[in-house]
Design a binder for this molecule. Structure first.
Ligand code: HPA
Length: 289
């Protein structure tokens, strides 16, 4: 067999029954669960789990359909926690387009959350800062995005019967939840930037010329994730909020060359802010429904 035949056909979809199988497995381990918020942790964000007083955990590799993570800093654990009377489901690690996986694995946490009746999704990532106001360690709340992945996670016959064929994307990121985040930031003296996230497939970082072009297009930060999950959750009518930790200045703006290790280290330094922000967000979310 030639190597080319091993390429993934992204148009083939896993049967919806796999999500049900996955829920059956989760409830067999944890009993019935009723999460109202789901969090997907990007690079560096997995450590926020330590902020919750008590958690239960399952390995992705044991859950049907979810698939294990392959990237350093993405633990591959599903976490359940009760905080302030709210049940929260945390995906500690995500799948990315650049791993060469099918859309199924990227969409899976959102479809699982939706089927568990979770109404709010908090997406997190590490991103390169483009805006001249941004410093390493800043946190940005997304108010919109530019999808330059050259792919669309909604392509296919039926991703989910509740997804319209042509979903509106005027307000993917919930304005009320954005305001919640900004208010928490000002109350806790954590600088929160608001901006536009531009997503590429990766895995290579960008060239300086690309970053200059993206700046002209209005992008404030650049990364390799989040947009697919935001699009699927929005199309399902879920409330979406997304946070970037600015882990480096983007190529050509930074004086240094870029590496994933630096991305991880910068995110570690911002961890106290990330934890405080997420905890307060969980507390605020139901009150502002
Ligand atoms: N570019 C793309 N993705 C990223 C970056 C970056 O500079 N930093 C963290 N994720």
């Amino acid at each position: 067999m030639g190597k080319l035949s091993l390429m993934v056909d992204k148009t083939i979809q896993m049967p919806p029954s796999i999500v049900k199988e996955s829920i059956d497995f989760i409830t067999s381990m944890w009993g019935q669960i009723t999460p109202s918020v789901s969090i997907i942790c990007g690079s560096g964000w997995g450590e926020i789990v330590q902020a919750f007083p008590s958690t239960r955990s399952l390995n992705y590799s044991d859950i049907p359909g979810i698939g294990d993570t392959t990237v350093e800093g993405h633990a591959g654990k599903l976490i359940l926690t009760d905080f302030d009377g709210i049940q929260v489901l945390i995906f500690q690690g995500r799948r990315h387009l650049y791993e060469g996986v099918s859309w199924d694995l990227i969409r899976f946490p959102i479809l699982l959350s939706y089927e568990l009746n979770s109404k709010t999704v908090l997406l997190t990532n590490a991103a390169g800062g483009i805006s001249s106001d941004f410093k390493v360690g800043d946190i940005m709340v997304l108010n919109d995005h530019i999808n330059f992945m050259n792919e669309n996670p909604l392509i296919g016959s039926v991703v989910h019967p509740d997804i319209p064929r042509f979903p509106d994307q005027t307000k993917i990121y919930d304005p009320k939840l954005i305001n919640n985040i900004l208010k928490i930031g000002s109350d806790q003296e954590i600088t929160i930037r608001k901006g536009i996230y531009l997503a590429l497939s990766g895995p290579a970082f960008e060239t300086p010329a690309e970053i200059q072009a993206f700046a002209k297009l209005g992008a404030d930060a650049v990364g390799m994730s989040t947009v697919p999950e935001a699009m699927v959750a929005n199309a399902l009518g879920m409330r979406v909020v997304a946070l970037s930790c600015i882990s480096n200045l983007a190529a050509g703006i930074s004086k240094h060359s870029l590496s994933h290790k630096d991305v991880e280290e910068a995110s570690k330094k911002a961890l106290p802010h990330m934890k405080a922000l997420v905890l307060s967000f969980i507390t605020s979310v139901e009150k502002n429904h």
